[in-house]
Design a protein around this ligand. Structure first.
Ligand SMILES: Nc1ncnc2c1ncn2[C@@H]1O[C@H](COP(=O)(O)OP(=O)(O)OP(=O)(O)O)[C@@H](O)[C@H]1O
Ligand SMILES: [Mg+2]
Length: 417
């Protein structure tokens, strides 16, 4: 078999390095779509076979292996669906979501928050595969590492880059202990992607942090404003122009606030373009007044979905009790910002600027925090409402399944995906 026809040169380099060393941890980090997960999925299968061999020698019936991702849904999308498509596996899950492959029991756990700890506490694992490792709660990551105490246990991790002070970069990649291998990927390392596709990704990725991380695979933080590609000469429409558009659907985004402003925005969607057509923003406004504002929006646009900041579930519940179609919006902050920024870069975001005074105030003041790769939580209320609306709508449409309508899909969002 010619390796060059099934792997990129970078993937081959790593496979060789893994064969020639007795590694404990392998970290593949870098650009999106650069071939990290495809490689790690194959190494994961090799590892399961190796673990079964060790277990046979030791007379162990059921060796255990940890499969971790940001959420269970992400493990399914990034790893299990990929493996099913490529090799035709049909995974049969027990009631704890675990499955057996090649005679090894694979225990799935989410690492995005501390609740993932409970599923693996106390177990002895013969290895772990950690997808999107930089997003892991550090305690969960440490626990996974501590659980890998079976003889010959190894950890495979892949990740996109994060900020330059991140623990995964500082403690594992920059100053590796013995047995840790790490490899950097750039988009251009993926020789399976055609040139036009790569060119298109480069052109459509927002400049600055998102390009440096997503295309070059660099661990950088953001600088300056969060939405540098917003351009009045491109993104602004008049109320008359907005009234002339027949939207495929209308949605609302909600960010709760008291001292900080609360905000509801109304967004029309047509052919992949998002149009912010109304902004309601205020300080010190009681939940009953927000319910009244939402009802007025419903009177004009119909029973549209309201995707809400999930940090205040009691307010979402109040909306629901009032008969409003309110959902816990998707709160993956950076992915949501990237989604909105990408729409701006690609001229698919529009706003009735003259009617959105708070947006005008925020758009040039919403900035990145120094060194953390997160936005500063100021001047962000209408912008967060826009992010909840747009990113939740995108997520709902991505996961849409036959036989389920949008409202049923929206209910599955539950805040974080
Ligand atoms: N060895 C390979 N053989 C065939 N196609 C490949 C291979 N490696 C990568 N690809 C192609 O490149 C795409 C991206 O690869 P992969 O999903 O591994 O990237 P990634 O680095 O994990 O990206 P992300 O950071 O976005 O998760 C795959 O969907 C596949 O189409
Ligand atoms: Mg991946």
């Amino acid at each position: 078999m010619n390796l060059n026809s099934i792997y990129t040169p970078k993937q081959i380099e790593i496979l060789k390095a893994c064969r020639n060393t007795d590694w404990f941890m392998l970290i593949n980090h870098g650009a999106k779509r650069s071939g990290k997960t495809q490689l790690d999925n194959d190494i994961f299968l090799q590892e399961l076979i190796r673990v079964r061999g060790i277990a046979d020698k030791l007379g162990i019936d059921t060796p255990q292996y940890i499969l971790a991702g940001y959420s269970m849904g992400n493990i399914q999308d990034n790893i299990l669906t990929e493996l099913s498509n490529k090799y035709g596996f049909e995974f049969k899950f027990d009631r704890f979501n675990n499955f057996t492959l090649f005679g090894v029991k694979v225990v799935q756990t989410s690492h995005g928050n501390i609740s993932g700890l409970g599923r693996i506490r106390g177990m002895t694992a013969f290895g772990a595969y950690i997808n999107e490792a930089s997003l892991a709660n550090q305690e969960v990551f440490d626990e996974i590492k501590a659980r890998c105490s079976g003889p010959g246990a190894r950890i495979i991790a892949d990740t996109n880059p994060d900020h330059p002070e991140h623990w995964l970069l500082k403690d594992y990649i920059k100053s590796p202990a013995e047995g840790i291998l790490s490899f950097h990927f750039a988009l251009t390392d993926n020789s399976f992607l055609d040139e036009r596709y790569v060119k298109n990704i480069i052109e459509t990725t927002p400049k600055g942090m998102f390009s440096d991380r997503g295309i070059k695979g660099l661990w950088v933080s953001g600088e300056g404003v969060v939405y540098p590609d917003f351009d009045q000469s491109v993104h602004v429409i008049t109320p008359e122009q907005a009234r002339g558009i027949i939207f495929e659907r209308v949605i609302a985004g909600v960010d709760w606030g008291w001292e900080h402003w609360g905000a509801i925005v109304v967004i029309g969607v047509k052919a992949g373009n998002y149009y912010v057509i109304e902004e309601h923003a205020a300080q010190h406004k009681h939940i009953n007044s927000w319910i009244a504002a939402a009802k007025d929006i419903i009177r004009r646009y119909g029973n549209i979905p309201f995707y809400c900041d999930p940090a205040r579930p009691e307010h979402v519940a109040s909306f629901q009790e009032a008969g409003i179609n309110a959902f816990l919006g998707n709160n993956r902050v950076l992915s949501g910002i990237e989604a909105v920024a990408t729409l701006m870069t690609n001229k698919q975001f529009f706003i009735v600027y003259s009617q959105c005074p708070r947006f005008r105030d925020e758009i040039y003041k919403y900035i990145w925090k120094k060194n953390t790769g997160e936005p500063l939580k100021e001047n962000d209320d209408v912008l967060c409402a826009i992010r909840y609306g747009i990113y939740s709508d995108m997520t709902v449409n991505k996961i849409e399944q036959p036989g389920q309508n949008r409202m049923e899909q929206a209910r599955r969002l539950k805040g974080m995906l």
